[in-house]
Design a protein around this ligand. Structure first.
Ligand code: DX5
Length: 234
């Protein structure tokens, strides 16, 4: 599978979100990530489902919701109905993680699990059959523009080994401080999906940024056998 570039719209012009989604789509991004923050699980407060729904018609690429929220179980359907094909939750915020991953799939979309820097792979190793995407946070969740944590690269590598050994088709995504100087380290460690926010917005254009980040990721990724056909949502 080719390296995927997924912009986080946290740095976007919030007064022109729909237009920015259209421009990102035109630039060839693989998906758009909505960093949903509730001001409790993380200090920041961001996008409600209605904002995501309003932007849905402006892009054809997939949307993913990264729910950095306390007890997100009650908001899953809202982000699916808003048009997200992947819903990512933090086990640190859930009462019953295994049940929640199944509930996301029952809504007809793919289940993502995000691990904050201090959270170990043990949180998911016994439930990989319920997981479609594993997100290794390379910053502490809550804000864009933070410095990449290279100390997460051994965890990325261990996650890649765990996924390969499981035989399950699980995307390995990284998020936080991903840019031209850091994407190669994450790719070499085994990531195949890269969320970029502030670094992408620093390029002269979205298209140049997407192309450069994808090229850098592809150049650094180790050759791997292709996984099984991906489970489609629904
Ligand atoms: C942290 C956010 C950020 C964002 C990406 O909670 O999840 O990681 O998506 O922002 P940058 O690329 O600026 O770190």
């Amino acid at each position: 599978m080719a390296a995927k570039i997924v912009p986080s719209v946290l740095p976007a012009d919030l007064a022109r979100l729909g237009e920015d989604c259209a421009a990102l789509d035109a630039a060839g991004v693989d998906r758009i990530q909505w960093d949903v923050m509730d001001g409790r699980f993380v200090p920041n407060l961001t996008f409600g489902a209605d904002v995501v729904a309003a932007c849905r018609p402006h892009a054809t690429c997939g949307f993913e919701a990264h729910l950095m929220c306390e007890r997100p179980e009650h908001m899953l359907s809202a982000y699916v109905e808003a048009g997200c094909e992947v819903v990512i939750v933090h086990p640190e915020a859930l009462q019953q993680p295994h049940r929640t991953y199944g509930a996301i799939r029952e809504l007809g979309v793919r289940a993502g699990v995000a691990l904050s820097p201090a959270s170990g792979l043990g949180a998911v190793e016994h439930v990989l059959d319920q997981v479609d995407l594993l997100l290794i946070m390379t910053v502490n969740p809550g804000f864009g523009g933070q410095a990449y944590l290279p100390s997460m690269e051994p965890k990325i590598a261990a996650a890649r080994a765990m996924i390969e050994a499981s035989g399950h088709d699980i995307e390995l995504e990284v998020d936080g401080g991903i840019g031209p100087d850091t994407i190669a380290g994450a790719a070499a460690a085994g990531a195949d999906v890269f969320v970029s926010g502030s670094a992408l917005w620093r390029y002269p254009s979205y298209a140049e940024g997407v192309a450069d980040l994808r090229r850098r990721a592809e150049a650094a990724r180790p050759a791997r056998r292709e996984g099984p056909a991906r489970r489609s949502p629904g």
